[in-house]
Design a protein around this ligand. Structure first.
Ligand code: HEC
Ligand code: HEC
Ligand code: HEC
Ligand code: HEC
Ligand code: HEC
Ligand code: HEC
Ligand code: HEC
Ligand code: HEC
Ligand code: HEC
Ligand code: HEC
Length: 304
């Protein structure tokens, strides 16, 4: 059975001639369409660049469905009027240019015909969809710019930075995760196509998102520190910070947002005259070491 199928398939492939002839044939069978061969005269540069992309290969040389078999017009719509007018008239042409008459929603729907599955199941109604962000704000399909995913710029972070300049700026603060270094990107925590979670995070909560890489912070701990179990962003600014370890607020002020320093002096060791200096000047985590939670016998206060 497999063998017969393969034979049939190779027969079909033999019937697929060079794309010029193939697309001329499509043109004859349907009015309004000109066929990709007709574009070559005037758009040689675009056609050559497109051929070098993954989608270009499919649409122009190895079509797998009726939309791909339309070649250029599979995305740009019927272009016969455009061709016959020598390029002067757009006719039914679908353009993805910024000033296009085609609405962003229609342009996106054109891509979603084939790409609604998996990562884009939550696109409709996502923040980017509601803000009229186009697929082509982040992707360019006519040529290869990025190494992967047909992005508009060299990498994910630069692509996002087109609009989220402040987030990118944070990446160059003294403390940051290795985004600029290329080891991760905005998409390590966000799915820009939309998710069911707040802030388009890839996991249901901030904490779960962080655990995908910092699994050791999950515990389980005998002694939990409630703010860490609740939300890592209580203390950390994930996009980058000028304070050490991505902290939102420097120590000890970080801790004193929630803990009154006057708690310590009522302890026996408060007789130590230097202790208040410890509170003011020293880092709480020198003593409260396991601040994310502890299993240590001496752990109730997260000390060593
Ligand atoms: C006789 C020359 C000619 C032919 C043939 C031709 N075009 Fe064009 N096309 C033009 C010219 C001229 C423009 C305007 C270019 C510009 O504004 O920079 C253009 C613009 C376009 C644009 C951009 C429109 C926009 O606003 O973004 C698209 C898309 C396009 N053509 C697609 C096609 C396709 C697909 C075919 C083949 C079916 C085709 N063209 C055939 C000359 C041609
Ligand atoms: C998979 C969908 C798709 C196919 C197939 C496709 N295009 Fe495009 N085309 C686009 C998008 C999207 C843009 C907007 C620029 C971008 O994002 O790359 C565009 C832009 C253009 C432009 C405007 C110039 C520019 O780069 O902005 C021309 C001209 C054009 N395409 C011609 C063609 C021709 C000729 C073919 C066939 C060889 C073709 N396109 C096939 C999606 C497609
Ligand atoms: C007719 C169906 C079809 C249409 C329409 C279509 N694509 Fe694709 N696209 C594909 C296929 C098939 C692939 C290749 C998938 C693979 O090789 O795994 C692909 C690949 C991609 C990739 C991934 C490329 C990579 O290097 O991994 C991106 C991004 C993409 N398409 C975006 C778009 C955008 C944006 C549009 C609208 C302008 C669009 N596509 C229109 C079928 C389509
Ligand atoms: C705000 C930016 C942004 C927008 C808008 C966007 N994408 Fe993407 N897309 C990305 C990024 C970033 C990746 C790479 C994801 C990764 O590295 O995990 C990607 C990957 C992809 C891929 C290849 C991998 C995969 O997920 O299958 C396809 C196909 C794709 N996008 C299609 C689309 C389509 C269709 C639209 C419009 C409905 C769209 N994208 C809108 C940023 C965007
Ligand atoms: C074309 C502009 C544009 C690009 C490019 C873009 N965004 Fe956005 N993004 C917006 C707008 C507009 C909003 C809504 C207003 C705001 O929060 O700034 C938004 C909001 C967001 C939000 C908040 C979501 C929420 O529900 O509150 C996240 C997270 C986000 N974008 C991530 C990304 C990532 C990751 C990328 C790159 C893959 C990216 N964006 C690329 C325009 C863009
Ligand atoms: C390590 C995970 C992580 C990375 C990487 C990351 N983010 Fe975020 N992002 C978050 C979290 C968590 C939130 C929610 C923050 C909060 O609740 O304080 C968020 C929120 C946002 C928001 C919404 C801000 C608001 O005030 O509503 C935007 C926009 C955003 N991120 C864009 C980006 C961009 C652009 C990049 C890449 C430069 C990026 N993020 C990289 C984790 C991340
Ligand atoms: C995709 C993986 C990944 C995700 C998701 C992730 N991180 Fe990271 N994080 C890293 C890497 C890699 C480092 C650098 C570690 C190193 O250099 O040893 C790091 C470092 C850190 C540091 C130490 C920074 C410093 O200056 O030493 C903190 C704090 C941190 N992450 C917090 C978070 C928080 C909070 C979240 C969730 C919002 C998160 N991380 C999500 C990969 C990730
Ligand atoms: C109560 C505040 C607080 C919360 C909440 C918190 N952290 Fe931290 N985190 C800190 C402090 C303080 C440091 C620096 C420790 C030091 O002084 O050595 C730190 C350091 C880190 C580091 C780098 C050093 C290390 O221990 O690996 C990572 C990674 C980290 N935190 C991840 C997380 C993650 C993931 C979460 C959420 C599960 C989280 N943090 C929640 C206060 C907090
Ligand atoms: C967002 C608020 C918040 C921040 C910021 C915070 N904590 Fe806590 N911390 C709590 C809560 C709530 C508890 C649980 C109190 C309880 O069980 O009575 C707790 C418990 C503790 C305990 C154990 C107390 C006991 O009686 O078991 C210590 C020690 C502690 N925190 C130290 C710190 C240090 C050091 C920092 C700074 C790195 C810090 N905390 C930052 C909210 C916070
Ligand atoms: C010199 C070491 C040291 C430093 C520095 C220190 N602590 Fe403590 N702290 C302790 C010890 C030891 C205990 C446990 C006392 C006990 O056994 O009853 C404690 C107890 C606590 C408790 C639980 C008891 C209470 O009073 O509620 C909290 C909360 C706390 N510390 C917060 C902090 C904060 C916030 C800072 C920084 C401003 C800090 N500590 C600095 C050693 C220290």
């Amino acid at each position: 059975m497999g063998r017969v199928r393969r034979l049939v398939l190779s027969g079909a492939l033999l019937l697929v001639p060079a794309f010029v002839a193939a697309h001329a044939a499509v043109a004859q069978s349907d009015t309004g369409y000109a066929g990709s061969a007709a574009c070559l005269d005037c758009h040689k540069k675009e056609t050559t660049a497109f051929q070098g992309t993954r989608m270009g290969h499919l649409f122009l040389s190895d079509p797998r469905d009726s939309i791909q078999a339309r070649g250029c017009e599979g995305c740009h719509g019927p272009a016969k009027t455009h061709v016959e007018s020598g390029g002067a008239e757009p006719g039914g042409l679908i353009s993805y240019a910024k000033a296009s008459k085609t609405s962003v929603a229609d342009r996106n729907a054109n891509c979603l015909r084939c790409h609604e599955e998996s990562n884009r199941l939550m696109w409709t109604g996502s923040t980017h969809d509601r803000q009229d962000v186009a697929c082509t704000s982040c992707h360019t399909v006519m040529k290869n710019v990025s190494e992967r995913n047909q992005l508009r710029t060299a990498d994910v972070t630069e692509t996002c930075a087109q609009c989220h300049m402040q987030r990118r700026a944070q990446q160059i603060r003294a403390s940051h995760m290795p985004l600029g270094e290329g080891r991760m990107g905005c998409a390590s925590c966000h799915n820009a196509h939309g998710t069911a979670n707040e802030k388009m995070l890839i996991q249901p909560t901030v904490t779960e998102t962080c655990y995908t890489c910092h699994a050791e912070k999950r515990g389980p701990f005998l002694w939990e520190h409630p703010p860490a179990t609740e939300n890592c962003a209580n203390c950390h600014e994930p996009h980058g910070s000028n304070h050490e370890k991505l902290l939102k607020v420097p120590k000890p002020r970080l801790c004193q947002q929630c803990h009154v320093a006057s708690g310590h002096p009522i302890r026996p060791y408060s007789a130590d005259p230097t202790f208040s200096r410890f509170i003011d000047g020293r880092q709480c985590t020198n003593c409260h070491f396991a601040i994310h939670g502890s299993n240590h016998p001496a752990g109730q206060f997260f000390t060593r």
